[in-house]
Design a protein around this ligand. Structure first.
Ligand SMILES: [Cu+2]
Length: 284
C-alpha cells in the first residue's frame, strides 16, 4: 500500500466514523444508528446516566485486568522468571479480591435500585392510558378522556406510504401530550407481551390478568415527533409485527385530537373491549 492509499483509507474510515457519530443519538430510529435513541423522558435520561456510569466502571475493570495480564506475561514468563514462586495462598490479596468486587457491586446496585423504583413509581399522573397487548396488535384506551379506545395494527409492507417505517408504523397512532405526566397501564388480552418504547425508557411486561404500570413525561421539545417501539416478549408468530407508534403533540393539539378521536372511535361497535372478546374466540 502506498502512502497515498494509506492516507485515503484513513480519511475514508474517519469519514465513516464521523457519519456514524453524527447519526448516534437521534429521536427517531435511523439507518446505522448507534447508541440509544435520544432520551425523551426523565426515566430514559436517568437510564442514559446509569449506562454512562456502568460504562466507566466496566472500562476501568477491563483496562485493569488487561494491564495485570500484560504485566504478568511480561514479568513472569519463563525467560525472566525461571524459578516460579510456590505460593498458593495470600490472605490479604484474597480479602482484597473478594471485598473490592463487593464494593463495586454496591456502587452499582444503589443507583440501579433507585432507578428501578423511579421508573415504577407514578407520582401525580395527569392522565392515564391503557395499552393492551393482543396477538398481534395493541389496543389503547383513554379512560380519562371519555373511555374511547382503538386498536393499532402494523401497516403491511405493501401498504406503506412514503416516509412510513417498515415494521414500525401503525394504522392508528397513540397520541400523547408533551410535558404531561402520563401513567401507562399495561396488560394483555391473551398471552405475554411487552410494551417497549426505547426513547421513553419503557419496557413493561404485558401479563394477562395483571395490570402493570409505568409512566412517561415527554420533553416539550419533542412535540411533533413520532416515537416507535415494539413488543418485546416473544408472543407467537406475529411477535415482530405488533409495533408501537406514539405521536407526541402539544397540549392544545392533544385536546383537539381527543375531541376528534372521541367521534372517530367511540361510536365504533368494535371498541377494544368487545373486539378483544371477539378476537379471543377467533383462531389466528
Ligand atoms: Cu407481543
Amino acid at each position: 500500500m502506498t502512502k497515498g492509499t494509506r492516507l485515503g483509507v484513513f480519511f475514508s474510515l474517519l469519514a465513516i466514523g464521523m457519519t456514524l457519530a453524527s447519526l448516534a443519538g437521534a429521536a427517531e430510529p435511523q439507518a446505522w444508528h448507534l447508541n440509544f435513541q435520544d432520551a425523551a423522558s426523565p426515566v430514559m435520561e436517568r437510564i442514559d446516566g446509569f449506562h454512562d456510569l456502568l460504562l466507566i466502571i466496566i472500562t476501568a475493570i477491563s483496562v485493569f485486568v488487561l494491564a495485570l495480564l500484560v504485566y504478568v506475561m511480561w514479568r513472569y514468563n519463563e525467560k525472566r522468571n525461571p524459578n516460579p514462586s510456590k505460593t498458593s495462598h495470600h490472605t490479604l490479596i484474597e480479602v482484597i479480591w473478594t471485598v473490592v468486587p463487593v464494593l463495586i457491586l454496591l456502587v452499582i446496585v444503589v443507583p440501579s435500585m433507585r432507578l428501578l423504583y423511579y421508573s415504577e413509581t407514578v407520582e401525580e399522573a395527569e392522565m392515564t392510558i391503557k395499552a393492551t397487548g393482543h396477538q398481534w396488535y395493541w389496543s389503547y384506551q383513554y379512560p380519562d378522556h371519555g373511555e374511547f379506545g382503538f386498536d393499532a395494527y402494523m401497516i403491511p409492507e405493501e401498504d406503506l406510504q412514503p416516509g412510513q417505517k417498515r415494521l414500525l408504523d401503525t394504522d392508528n397512532y397513540v397520541v400523547l401530550p408533551v410535558d404531561t405526566t402520563v401513567r401507562i397501564q399495561v396488560t394483555a388480552g391473551d398471552v405475554l407481551h411487552s410494551f417497549a418504547v426505547p426513547a421513553f425508557g419503557v419496557k413493561k411486561d404485558a401479563v394477562p390478568g395483571r395490570l402493570n404500570e409505568t409512566w412517561v413525561k415527554i420533553d416539550p421539545k419533542y412535540a411533533g415527533t413520532t416515537f416507535y417501539g415494539q413488543c418485546s416478549e416473544i408472543c407467537g408468530t406475529g411477535h415482530a409485527y405488533m409495533p408501537i407508534a406514539i405521536k407526541a403533540v402539544t397540549k392544545a393539539e392533544f385536546a383537539a385530537w381527543v375531541e376528534e378521536a372521541k367521534n372517530t372511535f367511540a361510536s365504533d361497535e368494535s371498541a377494544p373491549a368487545s373486539k378483544a372478546v371477539q378476537l379471543a374466540g377467533r383462531s389466528e
